[in-house]
Design a protein. Structure first.
Length: 114
């Protein structure tokens, strides 16, 4: 999924029970953070489209959040498997279906489909 963000946009602390999440910064500057089970921030990094760190992976069940710091920031995020609601993730439900469009030019840019 691709997200366009404005300064001040904040994704609250959340976790994905059934999937890891890879984030690719496309434009701008965002600050993702990791949190312990009590919500205390344990790590914060800078993702800058012109920087060295551009594609971190958040492990399954890791609490994390995100804050946008620069106008016209955009990121691409990928989770394992098809979209699931929070309830489906908690219950461990998994539908077996392919939802990726291999003709999507963004995926070609990112090298997902050669």
């Amino acid at each position: 999924m691709q997200n366009a963000l404005k300064p001040g946009t904040a994704m609250p602390i959340h976790r994905h029970h059934g999937s890891s999440e890879t984030v690719v910064i496309l434009w701008g500057n965002i600050h993702p953070a990791s949190h312990d089970d009590t919500g205390i921030e344990t790590e914060r990094v800078v993702l800058d489209a012109d920087g060295d760190l551009r594609m971190p992976n958040v492990e399954k069940d890791r609490q994390h959040s995100l804050e946008c710091l620069e106008s016209d920031s955009a990121l691409y995020e990928r989770k394992d498997g098809p979209y699931q609601t929070e309830e489906e993730e908690r219950e461990g439900k998994r539908e077996e279906k392919e939802i990726v469009n291999p003709r999507n030019p963004l995926l070609k840019i990112l090298g997902v489909f050669g």
